[in-house]
Design a protein around this ligand. Sequence first.
Ligand code: C2E
Ligand code: MG
Ligand code: MG
Ligand code: MG
Length: 291
Amino acid sequence: AAKDAGGNRVCEFNHEMLSKALRRIEIENEVRAAFKNDEFSFALQAQVEIATGKLVGFEALIRWIHPQRGFVSPDEFIPIIENSESMIDLGYWGLKRAFIILEKLDEIGFSGLKVAVNLSASQFLDPQLIPFLKEQLVAFSRDAEQIELELTERTVVADIEQTLDTMQQLRTLGFTFSIDDFGTGYSSLAYLKQMPVEIIKIDRSFISGMQDDNADMKIVSSTIAMVNKLGMQVVAEGIETAEQLQMLATMQCEIGQGYFISRPVSEKDLYDLLPLKVSNGIWIDLSKTEN
Ligand code: C2E
Ligand code: MG
Ligand code: MG
Ligand code: MG
């Protein structure tokens, strides 16, 4: 019986592997079509100054609504396409979209906000990235300071020399950099010191553990202290409760992002909601949870 069970397990395992591999291949192919069919959009999630509730900008999060599959999470499809041509295309689409969003925000009277875009390693190492961004700056006559480029520790270590060089050049153009999911990768404080990074985003996992896990609490508070001492900005990701927000305020965390402040919303919803939600630059919804 034990042998049978073992045998079955092997079968199920293979079956699961096969279906996973098939889904991978399907998704890889479908991304190409999706791109042509306009199935991608951005959801925007507010970032606020914790001490004041002032809106500082948004993180742009890619959304794929597939005609049959429905919502496909970026946590699933980004890793699948990460090293392919599709990622490069999608990356350029996203960067250009960020400029369009800033233009639309201007039109409705919300100037000077930032839009943060996530970049994967292959995009970042593409030789066309710098010329492309230069072109967009000219085409949109836009201040590069309003565009924040989010890299993870993994992206940085993929090719440290090349990455540093590209970062330096983009920083000279005015773009700002943040390190996303800080604390989950191969953090090296030596790299951090060398990189033209303005912002550190503390990973959600530490924020969510903060209330119950003393170690997480200490990691968060000492990271905030370190980042503040280095003269960089610190963003806490994934704030879901009033208690977390209160703790972060006490720890002098400058900027916050998370469901408690706002869920990511579609561009259209954002343009409709902003005039209702923001007065005198303050994101008035700070103390309310949204659906
Ligand atoms: P990320 O850049 O760390 O983005 C934060 C993720 O946490 C987002 O998931 C966001 O919706 C989610 N989130 C925000 N606040 C909360 C909260 O309070 N609680 C919880 N549980 N989650 C929260 P999302 O949109 O599913 O994106 C997942 C990841 O996919 C992103 O993580 C990023 O690594 C990647 N990604 C998203 N858009 C892009 C893109 O345009 N390009 C690239 N290369 N990667 C992207
Ligand atoms: Mg991010
Ligand atoms: Mg993150
Ligand atoms: Mg993440």
